[in-house]
Ligand binder design. Sequence first.
Ligand SMILES: Cc1cc2nc3c(=O)[nH]c(=O)nc-3n(C[C@H](O)[C@H](O)[C@H](O)COP(=O)(O)O)c2cc1C
Length: 241
Amino acid sequence: MTTHGSDPAEPLYAREVTTQQPPSADADVGLEHRVDYDRGVLLEVDAPADPYLLLQRWLSDAEEAGEAEFNSMALATADATGRPSVRNVLLRGLDEGGRLEFFTNQDSRKGIELAVNDRVALLFSWLGIRRQVRVEGVAARLSDALSDAYFASRPRESRIGAWASEQSSVLADRAELDARVVEMTDRFVGAEVPRPPNWGGYGVTPDVFEFWQGRPSRLHDRLRYRRDSAVDRWVRDRLAP
Ligand SMILES: Cc1cc2nc3c(=O)[nH]c(=O)nc-3n(C[C@H](O)[C@H](O)[C@H](O)COP(=O)(O)O)c2cc1C
């Protein structure tokens, strides 16, 4: 590892860069770091024909392994011009119709993008156990009844927060948000906090899953499941790592 700056004890943000060349990002933060992946294998013989079963199994493995926010998934959307954006959301349900459910503000950036382009990609990352799952599919709003039921299960402070925050809009400062929270707390004092009309769930119906298990020497296992609607079944392929 090479270092930049004269005093290695000096904090990174205080260093002045004196060379013409920008310092390479890996020099100070250890991006050369290499780990051989030896936490398990993913072979066809162990993989169920139904990818939902494998996803459930891997979610529970991730929880047992103590992965932080094991049910978080990166959600990628794109606007009408194709410009992509990505953020984490929490998986809150895997319903009988095969949908992966999450909840959010439907007027947020993601909500606006979903309104013009319902194609999404999801990514679960469980790096401690050297696994990821990619999902591609189509998102649709959940029914009001499902959104009401989930909203009612949230802590009161989160329900007030949903009213207070116009998610993705620009705020003047933190004080503006805090004042909105006070305002909404007063508004609902002594009453139930109903679901805001622009807050609700989406269900993603997948047509592709890819399960990735890290293996030594970068020779990872990748099993992809594609929905073949002509024969109404999942087709499984092994992909090169
Ligand atoms: C681990 C994690 C879980 C999150 N879960 C949610 C969620 O379930 N719903 C949500 O609206 N935002 C969630 N967020 C915040 C989003 O990542 C994001 O900041 C927010 O939804 C606004 O995104 P947008 O402006 O692209 O719409 C989560 C963030 C993290 C780090």
